[in-house]
Design a protein around this ligand. Sequence first.
Ligand SMILES: Nc1ncnc2c1ncn2[C@@H]1O[C@H](COP(=O)(O)OP(=O)(O)OP(=O)(O)O)[C@@H](O)[C@H]1O
Length: 284
Amino acid sequence: MDYEMKSPLEVRGLCKHYPAFKLEDVSFSLVPGTITGFIGRNGAGKTTTINSMLSFVRPDAGKISFFGLEYPEHDREIKEKIGFVSAGMTYYTRKKLKAITAVTKTFYPEWDDTAYRKWLEAFGLDEEKTPAELSNGMKIKYALALALSHGAELLILDEPTSGLDPVSREELVEVFLKLKDEGKTVFFSTHITSDLEKCADRILFLQQGRLKADDTLENFQAAWRIAECSGNIPEELKKAAHGCCRIRDGYTVLVRKEEAGVSETREATLEEIMIHLEKEAEEA
Ligand SMILES: Nc1ncnc2c1ncn2[C@@H]1O[C@H](COP(=O)(O)OP(=O)(O)OP(=O)(O)O)[C@@H](O)[C@H]1O
């Protein structure tokens, strides 16, 4: 099969119900060689989506394919072509990286030692160290090095930058851009939207278990404007508002670009769009 012709990940009608949460009819597909940011507040369902995609939990409905291949028939091929990294991943903390790698590579017939050496060097990783001696950012880089050495073309990362300091986050953003330069597809969940502004091509915005937006970063940002007002919000602006946030001496109000004429407005950051839309959803 010509894998390159297929979307690295296609999700159709994904549903997963928990007693107090519903992931509803989530559908999207990834474009090869791009970086997609999966955003949403705590509890929006990002991890549930990722876990369902990867068959860590059984979805109630939906069709998932990786490079045109589906679980469980193509379990092995899929595992070779994707790498999953989660900030909470644990390793044998006291074993040296080289010992962990030696075990890991036995699971992958396509393991490429030359690629492994290349990524170790690119990420500045020392194989003589143990995971306990690595910073959280370095642990993520090590997990990426392993995934890239077994030929992963799609990297799925759950909250990779949370818990990292700004400099380590910046380094990881640079890693994502480097992976994109190499033609890899990157999909990562986060609520740190400033990281996405630096590297994402596309945005998927999950709100209360539903996909609220699936667009290029530029289109998503260009669709909204922010009005700032001191004191109370004028009636006309209130009618156009998609969420209002209190600031020191007044409010910021999110409006659609086509309704921006009701007030003086400026560009909205990704974070402002997300926060205001969450306020709107809470008030609905
Ligand atoms: N195994 C489970 N049983 C019951 N409820 C669950 C289970 N796993 C997740 N949930 C619920 O599903 C909802 C979505 O959780 P999820 O972890 O997918 O959100 P998230 O967007 O990844 O949030 P965060 O940013 O905090 O990681 C939460 O309300 C959570 O309590």
